[in-house]
Write a protein that binds this ligand. Structure first.
Ligand SMILES: NC(=O)c1ccc[n+]([C@@H]2O[C@H](COP(=O)([O-])OP(=O)(O)OC[C@H]3O[C@@H](n4cnc5c(N)ncnc54)[C@H](O)[C@@H]3O)[C@@H](O)[C@H]2O)c1
Length: 357
């Protein structure tokens, strides 16, 4: 698909973290961007700004972006917005494992029904839009924990050479626990693939691990890197569930937005991609605390709690397929990305303080 001027894209959940960066990337490439969001993300008290509206307000100043407040559960609205679109990036969702355990029906409705509505809107739309779906590493559920791990001082490592590059897309997804969040995302992921195969929609399922970066309002339930950074800056305690040696591969948010664009701009029909920082950008919770302390002088009180439901001890994405098929690779390394996240949080908090003076 030719990229650029005059092309139209709808970004659901576009006032969220990933969606707002995707919206900005496409707008800066000359696309007309429509953001659909119901502004339901929980606010972070004490940050100094209205965190729920922060990305919405940010995008209101970006050229080529139109903001629509509404839900992906509103089929008529979706149909109207998607009718003339060339592409859709579907980021809207219930995003937390914890919430999915407490409110499984809400999780199901938002993630499964919401994605189904997006698929139907795309199927019926005039231009046959390309669809990017934000899937997750949680589709592999606790199967990941069947890989033997060894314990180093501050982290777990896979102890099986078959996974030296990380988890590939054909890793088993079923016959294990996932959490309701993992299950609703996996169902939606399969539906997205199905609409590619059965109805010929161009669909990209991006199974993302840990995305982090500026304008991320992480809390205890989701977005742990930003949660640690923001808590450290506010001097608030954090709780580590488990021993803190669990490892994730970090992907800076601009890089994930570029992966979506690489798919939309490509000739690839439909596919599934694991995207994360890969082996080159892994970190454990304890290592992040250490980095914040040693490199940035930030410390906070740390408590410990029991392991969380369906938590994976190590998750590292094998990103070689996205590299081969889309010519994509992460550009921002973890240390640089964390510094950028920190700089942004510092600026946003001090901006808020100054505006109150
Ligand atoms: N951030 C990550 O590390 C990560 C990892 C894997 C998968 N994902 C997936 O990526 C997507 C984006 O995540 P994020 O980190 O940007 O989360 P986010 O909470 O910042 O963004 C999600 C946005 O969706 C909106 N939303 C929720 N329900 C909606 C509805 N019914 N209609 C319209 N909008 C609605 C929210 O208001 C929010 O702005 C989610 O689908 C999430 O499951 C994120």
């Amino acid at each position: 698909m030719a990229a650029g001027k005059g092309m139209r894209i709808v970004v659901t959940g576009g006032a969220g973290f990933v969606g707002s960066h995707a919206a900005e990337l496409f707008a800066s490439s000359g696309w007309d961007v429509t953001v659909l969001d119901n502004l339901s993300r929980r606010a972070i008290p004490g940050f100094g700004v209205n965190t729920r509206l922060y990305n919405w307000n940010h995008l209101s100043k970006v050229k080529h972006v139109r903001l629509v407040r509404g839900s992906v559960l509103n089929r008529q609205l979706l149909a109207r917005l998607v009718r003339d679109a060339d592409a859709v990036v579907h980021t809207a969702g219930q995003v937390a494992v914890t919430t999915s355990l407490e409110q499984p029906e809400h999780d199901f409705n938002t993630n499964m029904r919401g994605t189904f509505n997006v698929l139907e809107a795309c199927r019926k739309a005039g231009r046959g839009p390309s669809l990017v779906f934000c899937s997750t590493n949680k589709v592999y559920g606790e199967n990941v924990n069947t890989i033997p791990v060894r314990l180093d001082t501050f982290r777990y490592e896979f102890d099986d050479s078959r996974y030296a590059r990380g988890i590939p897309e054909d890793f088993e997804v079923d016959r294990c626990k996932h959490s309701p969040y993992g299950a609703s995302k996996l169902s939606a992921d399969l539906y997205v693939q199905e609409y590619g195969l059965t109805y010929g929609l161009r669909t990209g399922c991006f199974r993302m691990s840990c995305i982090y970066g500026d304008r991320q309002f992480g809390n205890e339930d989701q977005g742990w890197v930003a949660h640690f950074v923001i808590s450290a800056m506010l001097g608030r305690p954090v709780t580590i569930y488990g021993d803190g040696k669990q490892v994730r591969d970090l992907l800076f948010v601009d890089d994930v937005a570029k992966a979506y664009k690489a798919f939309i701009d490509s000739k690839v029909k439909s596919d599934v991609f694991n995207v994360g920082g890969g082996q080159g950008n892994t970190i454990s919770l304890l290592e992040l605390l250490n980095l914040l302390d040693k490199r940035h002088g930030l410390r906070m009180p740390v408590g410990y709690g029991p392991w969380r439901n369906s938590d994976q001890k190590v998750y590292i994405s094998d990103i070689s397929k996205a590299g081969k098929v889309l010519g994509w690779k992460p550009e921002v390394d973890a240390a640089t990305g964390i510094s950028r996240l920190l700089e942004w949080a510092r600026g946003a908090m001090s901006g808020a303080r100054n505006s109150r003076k």
